[in-house]
Design a protein around this ligand. Structure first.
Ligand code: SF4
Length: 214
């Protein structure tokens, strides 16, 4: 597991516990999320580096394979109760991590999502709130960049959907109607909309590691 070799990264990769950011980025860009989960990439140390590279919707997709999603444990076991002595909470959270997080196939994605969301109130990804807060502070610059990239990816996706919807609308409503002059205008509009859509889709595929022709 987590050998970082299945996606044929551009550098020697079978080193347990060693994962260059470039290799992690390559794997995150080229391996579908479901395969990352199935191959155990989002569980261990390497998983942390790969999770850094995933966009928020991919992290949320991975959470569909989490222990919390599968068995829906008692939510209270992940949070310190009001007035609960720290020693009691420590015992409870140790049990929670042992029984759930250590066997969770996506704990790296879970921790990363908590940090991306600034959600450090309870146990996430096998980490208690204090450890999450320490990572939140130590990795603030990286997280800021990741959140900006999430936002940009969201905007690009919305633009692709809008461009596709415009093409569909023009196809369905206007192409065969009106005078010859009007039809020529409609065809020109349709071609321009299709060109915009194809450009956006091609840019997205390139950014995801696909070739333009793939
Ligand atoms: S890592 Fe822990 S908190 Fe996160 S989904 Fe898995 S079991 Fe739940």
């Amino acid at each position: 597991m987590n050998t970082m070799m299945a996606a044929h990264p551009p550098a020697p990769a079978r080193h347990r516990g060693i994962a260059e950011d470039g290799i992690a980025a390559y794997i995150a860009e080229t391996v579908p999320v479901d395969s990352l989960v199935a191959d155990g990439y989002l569980a261990g140390h390497d998983g942390r580096l790969i999770a850094h590279q995933l966009r928020a919707p991919q992290l949320r997709q991975a959470m569909n394979s989490s222990v919390c999603h599968a068995v829906q444990p008692d939510v209270d076991s992940f949070f310190q109760e009001d007035g609960e002595p720290d020693a009691d909470w420590k015992q409870r959270r140790t049990r929670t991590v042992r029984d759930h997080c250590t066997v969770c196939p996506v704990r790296a994605a879970c921790a990363e999502l908590a940090l991306r969301d600034g959600d450090t109130a309870g146990v996430r990804g096998g980490l208690d709130p204090q450890k999450l807060d320490r990572r939140l502070a130590a990795e603030s610059s990286r997280l800021q960049r990741a959140r900006a990239a999430d936002e940009q990816a969201g905007e690009e996706q919305r633009a692709r959907f809008a461009a596709g919807a415009e093409v569909l609308q023009l196809t369905g409503q206007y192409l065969g109607t009106g005078t010859p002059q009007k039809r020529r205008e409609n065809v020109a509009k349709f071609r321009e909309a299709a060109r915009r859509r194809d450009e956006l889709v091609a840019a997205h595929r390139r950014s995801a590691g696909w070739t333009a022709a793939a």
